[in-house]
Design a protein around this ligand. Sequence first.
Ligand code: ZN
Ligand code: ZN
Ligand code: ZN
Length: 127
Amino acid sequence: MSDDATTSGEPALPAGFTVETCIVVACRTCQRAYGDEEEGVTVHFSGLDDAARTITAAGWWVTQQGTQCYDCAASEACATLGHAWPDWALCRCEGRIPAHVQQMEFRTCAGCGEQEERRAHTTTGGA
Ligand SMILES: [Zn+2]
Ligand SMILES: [Zn+2]
Ligand SMILES: [Zn+2]
């Protein structure tokens, strides 16, 4: 007696319990489930429309290829179109970041939030 038929179905529920189908959404790229971030729990939707509307409002992308969380959608857009870098801005840590032994400047991509830093081109050294 090796294999029963028990693997094929769910156990019968006592009267009063009903299995309902719901929809959970996960990013097709990073597999992160929608809702993980803020609530720490996966959000269950009652229907596709409901799910699509909610995650789109939260910044997720819903395309023919599937769903993408905001981060992955932004990263993919940046990979395709290039980062949306603003001008360099001087770091104001004033030495609080130990690695910044000299004045650094940084910029943050407006799309994906990636950061770059470099040494500031200050030759005078005055404040
Ligand atoms: Zn993702
Ligand atoms: Zn970017
Ligand atoms: Zn700094």
